[in-house]
Design a protein around this ligand. Structure first.
Ligand SMILES: *Cc1c(COP(=O)(O)O)cnc(C)c1O
Length: 421
């Protein structure tokens, strides 16, 4: 029977697109480091009748009646989130990672205040002050960078010097395209010395932190963490803000999320977040997080053996940035296209201080969270890295590589459950 019996009958156009996407996900190899596959349990929560309910406000303090079950759902999501990350407070209502960041800025800043964040070409995210966002019309973003692109070490001395000069209200850590651990204690010190709130955007590595495979910034004194729930954390598309201990900060964040910035919470998504948090609290999730890193290392070893240039020289986490321009004499856009033809999905990416244009940069970015969810291990990871090199050097045609990739994908079906496999 079809997975979508009602849509099949009532809306054949959307049905065809859904079936096509399911097939694309099943047969292709997903290496975009911000993507993953959720369990059927998470999908069931997303498709539940909670989508019909308005529940503006917070548990016990709503603007509408009929909140017996929504209160239960949101309270469970909050308790599980607090436990996963060692937080005293959690707001699970942000609709996405961008919303979590925007609400946090509005909670902690006045217009014109300064945020000290990572340079975007060195790994930071659009919402960390890219000029195309409206945030830059309201707040002042100042940048720090890597000191050494070959090792990924940040310039903490310069960061401190700049912080003393510009007096930021937020010292912001976090990234979308940076493969190394940060020195959280140094960040927290700099924030304390300058009277700023320290905020870490863990969107990419939330699952690694929850699974104890990466350091937890709260253990080094960070005040706030913002995140998505759909990347390594393997939950539904959504966002969240965690506060380590300050009730004052948490209260400001709650007010900024609602009513400051959002309307009614998407309670079906919050139920799905709660389900995914319960999955992440199980011991098997620790193994998942460890395997993500082991698989990245297996890929890294193949690239190193072949002298391929990796930004920062390798990876401590789930993602790798390759300089394909230097290594293979092709642009990031061409590499993305070639690998796409081979059934491998990843994205072109600017590398630090890239001399090429953003739409056709020097690098590609990819990672192992999704393939690890499919049960692929170090052998398959090394195999994929080798196929990538063969395609990028044009030793193998994309078409021939695609056969191998499809075989690999079909041999590792997307699991329905991480509890009863
Ligand atoms: C993905 C990401 C976001 C944005 O998340 P959305 O859910 O797409 O809004 C924010 N910050 C970082 C560091 C990210 O990687």
């Amino acid at each position: 029977m079809s997975e979508y019996p009602f849509i099949e009958q009532e809306d054949p156009d959307i049905f065809r697109a859904l079936v096509g996407e399911d097939k694309r996900q099943a047969e292709g190899l997903e290496l975009i480091p911000s993507e993953n596959y959720v369990s059927r349990a998470v999908k069931e929560a997303m498709a539940s009748s909670l989508t019909n309910k308005y529940s503006e406000g917070y548990p016990g303090k709503r603007y509408y009646g009929g909140q017996e079950f929504t209160d239960a759902v949101e309270s469970l999501a909050v308790e599980r989130a607090k436990k996963l990350f060692g937080a005293a407070f959690a707001n699970v209502q942000p609709l996405g990672g961008a919303n979590a960041n925007i609400a946090t800025y509005f909670a902690l800043l006045e217009p014109g205040d300064t945020v000290l964040g990572m340079d975007l070409s060195h790994g930071g995210h659009l919402t960390h002050g890219h000029p195309v966002t409206y945030l830059t019309k309201i707040f002042n973003f100042v940048r720090y960078k890597m000191k050494n692109i070959e090792t990924g070490e940040l310039d903490y001395d310069d960061m401190r010097r700049v912080a003393k000069k510009v007096k930021p209200k937020i010292v912001l850590a976090g990234f979308s395209a940076y493969p190394r651990e940060l020195d959280y204690a140094k960040f927290a010190d700099i924030a304390r010395e300058t009277g700023a709130v320290s905020v870490m955007d863990i969107a990419h590595i939330a699952g690694l932190i929850a699974g104890n495979a990466a350091k937890n910034p709260f253990e080094y004194g960070f005040d706030v963490m913002t995140t998505t729930t759909h990347k390594t954390l393997r939950g539904p598309r959504g966002g969240m803000v965690l506060t380590r201990e300050s009730a004052d900060i948490a209260k400001k964040i709650d007010k900024a999320v609602f009513p400051g910035f959002q309307g009614g919470p998407h309670m079906h998504q919050i139920a799905a977040k709660a389900v995914s948090f319960a999955e992440a609290l199980r011991p098997s999730f620790k193994k998942y997080a460890e395997r993500i890193i082991a698989n990245t290392k297996a890929m890294e070893n193949v690239f190193r053996k072949h002298g391929v240039r990796m930004i920062t020289g390798g990876s401590d986490n789930h993602l790798i940035l390759l300089d394909v321009w230097t290594s293979f004499g092709i642009s990031g856009r061409e590499a993305e296209l070639l690998l796409d033809q081979a059934g491998i999905t990843l994205n072109k990416n600017a590398i630090a201080d890239d001399t090429r244009k953003p739409m056709d940069p020097s690098g590609i970015r990819f990672g192992t969270p999704a393939m690890t969810t499919r049960g692929m291990g170090e052998v398959e990871s090394a195999q994929v890295a080798q196929i990538m090199i063969d395609v990028l050097t044009k030793r193998t045609s994309a078409l021939a590589a695609k056969e191998e990739i499809t075989r690999l994908a079909l041999a590792h079906p997307i699991p329905d459950s991480f509890i009863h496999p």
